[in-house]
Design a protein. Structure first.
Length: 125
């Protein structure tokens, strides 16, 4: 059986390269990944809550549905982004390369602000 250097850990394209980093850095990277997952779950929960509210306000239901879909999409995006960031950062630490920059964070912040503004407009208007 040929060894790829990953020590049997998955994914091999992350663990099969470079040197083992300080465990504290790997654990911090894992905590960041879990924060992305937690944020994604919060977006999904908010999207489901907004969708449930649309049944109680038929006049503005379409706005609620749009907001719910956007929130659900943000939740999915957080999940994929967290996994991609974790794997790319873990690989970079193993290779001694610079860590990736947070490219999705500004976009998620703007979307969240837009949804909050839409919610305020809907509730006050």
């Amino acid at each position: 059986m040929q060894s790829d250097g990953s020590g049997g850990r998955w994914p091999a394209w992350v663990y099969g390269v470079g040197d083992e980093p300080d465990p504290r850095f790997s654990l911090a990277n894992e905590r960041t990944f879990l924060a992305w997952v937690r944020t994604g779950l919060a977006f999904v929960t908010a999207g489901l809550g907004i969708a449930a509210l649309s049944h109680f306000a038929p006049a503005t239901g379409s706005r609620f549905i749009v907001a719910a879909v956007v929130m659900l999409g943000c939740g999915v995006l957080c999940g994929f982004t967290g996994l991609a960031r974790w794997s790319r950062n873990e690989r970079a630490m193993r290779l001694g390369a610079p860590l990736i920059r947070p490219s999705v964070l500004p976009m998620l912040s703007v979307i969240l602000l837009l949804i909050a503004g839409l919610a305020a407009f809907t509730l006050l208007g």
